[in-house]
Ligand binder design. Structure first.
Ligand code: ZN
Length: 494
């Protein structure tokens, strides 16, 4: 008889320092797709859901997919939005008689009434299940994994790439383990070890550095018959919760003490290499000086503003880098995004080709990344902000910046948008008439994901810290709930 499996995706990476609470509209701005609608939008792309469906086809499951929903990283998720999305999942569990539950979570969701949003989802589902039904979850490798999550989910499988390129494969892996569990072949549980750090020092990047040998060791350990998944989570530093930080998870059975000892060796490695930071985080002035002198014959200079990454809850309206590039007089450049819905609306009332004056960016919190810039330029394009990705992360998926415009100021084409989106796909420029390849300078807001699509066209990549909300100067952030001492906030941990 075919197993009946409930699937859902509900993901949020909460930056608890953001003053922008996350309500229903923030999810609608990213995606809220119900049942078949989610399957047709996401079922063939690089998504966890596609991997769940692959597993279902391979094993002949009967799948009921409830919802796929995600909002861009931002402040705490409001109760009404959380319940609007979580209640239908719990209701489906209650009346469904499922053999297994398979969920795509992020693992860093914080609610305005509860610090452990992912634990809350799992707790409600567990309470609605009549029997010991196995629960399998996938996680982003920027998950902050709580002990509660491990006690409620049997199977936990995290991405093994950053830039994240293995969403579908992760879904498939979790599905395969769930299948063996439903079949009664195995009885997995997940153990967790953690180190007192805000995050792994390279954010868990897997294109270079110490995560590469760690992942090799993890895969080797998975060869054991009683080990089903080893997950290494970098953690997410902008979430002020007691269980913040890097974790190593082993989903297995049998020799649990042995599995824990193995996880400790990886966690020790994360701790001992806490000073091996790979990026050189430049000031915006230093980045602009490199840009002004750059010879783009071998391809453009890509400048990533790490600190204003909307993909980590940065407001996306930091002006420090743009101001420095304008001051340095760079030419043949593009910059994106500048998140400023007010400016975008204002530009939508102008005509393309018009010479305009606007006050741009820096409006949410000038203390993080600079105040508004007074600019004059030519309005090049206005748009509703829709685009369809064509890169390794977003290929075939449609996203939206909301009302958007392109303004040319001196030598820089500035993409001005309403809805914050991290830059990780060339279509985020191309769909708005900005061709990145022939540019000399591409300035964008992203920490690491941009590398997947932009490194192949870049002559050189540099990274800067504009002082925006995701700054590496953690001492500027009002941490209250993380356990102390913790690296790198406390002197005795350095
Ligand atoms: Zn991530």
């Amino acid at each position: 008889m075919a197993f009946r499996v409930l699937t859902a995706e509900l993901a949020h990476e909460t930056n608890t320092f953001s003053c922008r609470g996350t309500g229903e509209q923030a999810f609608k701005d990213r995606y809220v797709l119900v049942g078949e609608e989610a399957i047709s939008a996401r079922g063939e792309a690089n998504t966890e859901l596609a991997g769940f469906l692959d597993a279902g086809r391979a094993h002949g499951w009967q799948i009921e997919h409830v919802v796929s929903a995600s909002a861009g990283p931002s402040g705490r998720v409001k109760r009404a939005a959380f319940e609007w999305l979580c209640d239908p999942i719990v209701a489906a569990v209650e009346c469904g008689q499922f053999d297994g539950i398979l969920l795509g979570l992020h693992g860093a969701m914080v609610l305005d009434f509860c610090e452990d949003g992912d634990g809350e989802i799992l707790g409600r589902i567990r309470a609605a299940l009549r029997e010991e039904t196995p629960i399998a979850i996938t996680l982003d490798s920027h998950a902050n994994v709580s002990p509660l999550m491990c006690s409620l989910a049997d199977i936990m499988v995290s991405f093994r790439t950053y830039p994240h390129l293995d969403m579908r494969e992760t879904g498939r892996r979790a599905g395969a383990i769930l299948h063996r569990t439903m079949a009664g072949e195995i009885r997995p549980r997940t153990i967790r070890v953690r180190r007192p750090m805000l995050e792994e020092v390279n954010g868990g990047r897997t294109d270079a550095g110490p995560m590469i040998p760690r992942l090799v060791a993890a895969k080797d350990y998975e060869e054991q018959a009683d080990v089903f998944a080893v997950s290494i989570n970098a953690g997410f530093a902008s979430t002020d919760v007691p269980y913040v930080g890097p974790t190593v998870l082993v989903t297995g059975e049998g020799d649990i003490d042995g599995h824990t000892a193995f996880a400790e060796t990886l966690a020790d490695d994360i701790w001992s290499k806490r000073h091996e930071v790979m990026n050189d985080y430049l000031t915006v002035e230093a980045a602009a000086a490199i840009a002004a002198a750059f010879d783009a014959q071998g391809g453009p200079l890509v400048i990533a503003d790490y600190a204003d990454n909307p993909g980590a809850g940065g407001y996306g309206d930091s002006t420090a880098l743009l101001g420095a590039l304008l001051d340095a007089g760079v030419r043949n450049a593009c910059f994106g995004p500048m998140v400023d819905g007010e400016a975008a609306q204002e530009l939508h009332r102008c005509s393309v080709g018009e010479h305009v004056q606007i006050v741009l960016g820096g409006k949410i919190d000038a203390a993080f990344g600079g105040g508004p810039l007074r600019l004059e330029g030519e309005l090049v394009l206005i748009s509703d902000g829709h685009y369809v990705g064509d890169g390794p992360m977003l290929g075939g998926l449609s996203r939206c910046f909301g009302p958007s415009a392109v303004l040319r100021v001196d030598g820089i084409e500035i993409l001005i948008v309403t809805v914050p989106n991290q830059m990780l796909d060339l279509q985020q420029f191309k769909s708005f008439g900005i061709e990145p390849e022939p540019k000399s300078i591409i300035a964008l807001k992203s920490m690491q994901h941009f590398r997947a699509a932009f490194e192949p066209i870049a002559g050189q990549v540099i990274v800067c810290d504009s002082g925006a909300l995701c700054t590496l100067h953690y001492e500027r952030l009002p941490y209250r709930n993380v356990p102390r001492p913790i690296f790198p906030l406390d002197r005795d941990m350095r």
